[in-house]
Design a protein around this ligand. Sequence first.
Ligand code: TXA
Ligand code: MG
Length: 315
Amino acid sequence: MKSEQLLVLQPDVAGLEKAARILGLGGLVSFPTETVYGLGSDARNDRAVAGIYAAKERPSFNPLIVHVPDTAAAEAYCVFNDAARRLAQAFWPGALTLVLPVRADAGISKLVTAGLDTLAVRVPDHPVASGVLSAFGGPVAAPSANPSGKVSPTRAAHVVAGLGDRIDAVVDGGACAVGVESTIVSCVGAPALLRAGGIPVEALEACLGQTLVAEENPDTPIAPGQLASHYAPQGKVRLNAPYAEPGEVLLGFGPVEADLNLSVAGDLTEAAACLFACLHELDAMGAAAIAVSPIPDHGLGRAINDRLRRAAAPR
Ligand code: TXA
Ligand code: MG
């Protein structure tokens, strides 16, 4: 579907139904989840999914996450084992993506799985995402709604700024509460962490009663989350900086004097929620050199540090 003009939809019944109609016609609709805004298309429609790759200018070997309203819907597309069932029971709806064997008759576009025989699925915990998924009634492929390699959007305005002229609609559901993408766990073999994210690894391990294997999925070609310079703001980023050098803007954490602060209180949940908004703001400020305070590497701090390391990687 080719958009004449971007529709900004309200998160009411009429807006959700309009979003579902556009998805049904093969269009691209951005909607909020509790993690970040997704760029959705019908996961069964090759042309529509191709539209996601085109709009994001995303390397086409990167598979996408399919969003469904509940676990029963996920079971229609994937084969669950005990670990997967246990994690879904404990954390869905929520910021967890499971990579599972895809069913032969799932009907999911090969562009979604990038030809793999596994599928990434998740049940988002956001009334607008749930509303769009229920109104549409099918699987929705949705990566984060940003141009490839740029910072993920946590507000509708970020989506409009990054992709406004390339998509059909965005449902404005305000700011995303979690602010970093979902944690990705593969349950294809021994449960393995593929990406740190909104659900802390510690919580997953406590649920499973075992340590997650921390390996990159050997089946997976380079994942966007594994590309070194992903999530990058325009400016050069320096990590673990107690203070800013001359010419640098300080992105603080905790009680430091900073230009922007992820959380003055040193709260990792608050820091995750505003991380991408701060990176967008640094771009808006035209910051050319960015120093970032040290962030503790536990709980959500692991996801935050993962994103910041990618932002700081040479490009
Ligand atoms: O929070 C989120 O997960 C957001 C919101 C919109 O739900 N979505 C998101 O999607 O971050 P995306 O496309 O930006 O990230 C997808 C990640 C990639 O790292 C991709 O490689 C991995 O999921 N992935 C997808 N399918 C996979 C598979 N079959 N095996 C291994 N990794 C997979
Ligand atoms: Mg992304």
